[in-house]
Design a binder for this molecule. Structure first.
Ligand SMILES: Cc1cc2nc3c(=O)[nH]c(=O)nc-3n(C[C@H](O)[C@H](O)[C@H](O)COP(=O)(O)OP(=O)(O)OC[C@H]3O[C@@H](n4cnc5c(N)ncnc54)[C@H](O)[C@@H]3O)c2cc1C
Length: 267
């Protein structure tokens, strides 16, 4: 794809909708696109807006897997098979997969959407993949069958309804005490990624993190998704452990929908 074509909104039909969990749906679209694991697309609905999503399927058809949150995702959830959706991209910097023999992937909640294709790609490259997947409850565990084909899956639920009872940080530390890894990859809420970053420092593991910030243009123009001197849309969304350790804003400061500088957890 040339550099101009990827910025044009492609209109595709929704060919399949899968209800993965009570609040999570996968939308398969009649749009062909190649993208690295970790890259994202902007989905467009006229009169509603545009929002960033990871691709949970790429190639002849693409798919996005979406958690219902606010106006855009609510409208998306009301669409039926056969409806149209606009897509531009792929955007951003993906994960690096080179020279990884043993990989540990850590996902919390819908963060799994950014990691599922990475798990599959790493397994295809011959890496051994351990995946720690944490959810509030068993009914939020998605892609179980798909993940078990390529990874040794460790589930944690807050209420203990499946797997380990507790959060992914406790489970990750248990795993890291027993095993060493060449690389760790992580996606989830920023507070959780801060704790994973600390464990990566403690256990001296190379790591990459897919950061999700409020994003508007996706092409480095509006400056809304800044993280220190970086823009998450063009310099990320994947950042290295070293970058995030050097960051003054990661886990501390973010910018609201209207651009107001906010502190995580309030002032
Ligand atoms: C690179 C990237 C990849 C993402 N991939 C996925 C994915 O695969 N699946 C998924 O369900 N969600 C993903 N998200 C988050 C998704 O973009 C938001 O949940 C969505 O935009 C919510 O829009 P809304 O109008 O429904 O809710 P809103 O009311 O706009 O927001 C609800 C919550 O989502 C956050 N949010 C809203 N819009 C954005 C935005 N444009 N960028 C970042 N955070 C936002 C807000 O901080 C708020 O807490 C991703 C975000 C980024 C930045």
């Amino acid at each position: 794809m040339n550099e101009f074509a990827k910025h044009m909104i492609k209109t595709g039909r929704i060919t399949k909708i899968v209800e993965e969990a009570p609040n999570i749906k996968t939308f398969e679209l009649s749009i062909a696109m190649h993208a690295e694991p970790g890259q994202f697309v902007m989905a467009f609905l006229p009169q509603v807006g545009e929002r960033p999503f990871a691709l949970t399927q790429a190639g002849k058809k693409i798919a996005i897997t979406v958690k219902k949150r606010g106006p855009f995702t609510e409208k998306l959830f009301s669409l039926k098979e056969g409806s149209f959706l606009g897509i531009r991209g792929p955007y951003g910097k993906g994960f690096s997969l080179q020279n990884v023999g043993k990989a540990c992937l850590v996902a919390a909640g819908i963060g799994i959407a950014a990691l599922i294709r990475l798990a599959e790609e790493l397994a295809k490259e011959g890496a051994s993949v351990t995946l720690i997947f944490a959810c509030k409850s068993a009914n939020e565990i998605i892609f179980k069958e798909r993940l078990e084909k390529v990874a040794s899956l460790h589930i944690a639920t807050e209420d203990g309804s499946a797997g380990f009872k507790g959060d992914c940080i406790e489970l990750l530390e248990k795993v890291l005490k027993k095993q060493s890894y060449d690389k760790l990859y992580c996606c989830g809420p920023e507070a959780m990624m801060v704790s994973v970053l600390k464990l990566c420092e403690k256990y001296a593991i190379d790591a990459e993190f897919a950061v999700e910030r409020y994003m508007k243009c996706a092409v480095g123009l509006c400056g809304h998704c800044c993280l220190d001197e970086w823009l998450v849309c063009t310099d990320g969304p994947v950042f290295s452990k070293e970058q995030l350790l050097a960051s003054k804003e990661f886990g501390r400061i973010y910018y609201s929908k209207s651009g107001k500088r906010m502190r995580f957890g309030g002032d």
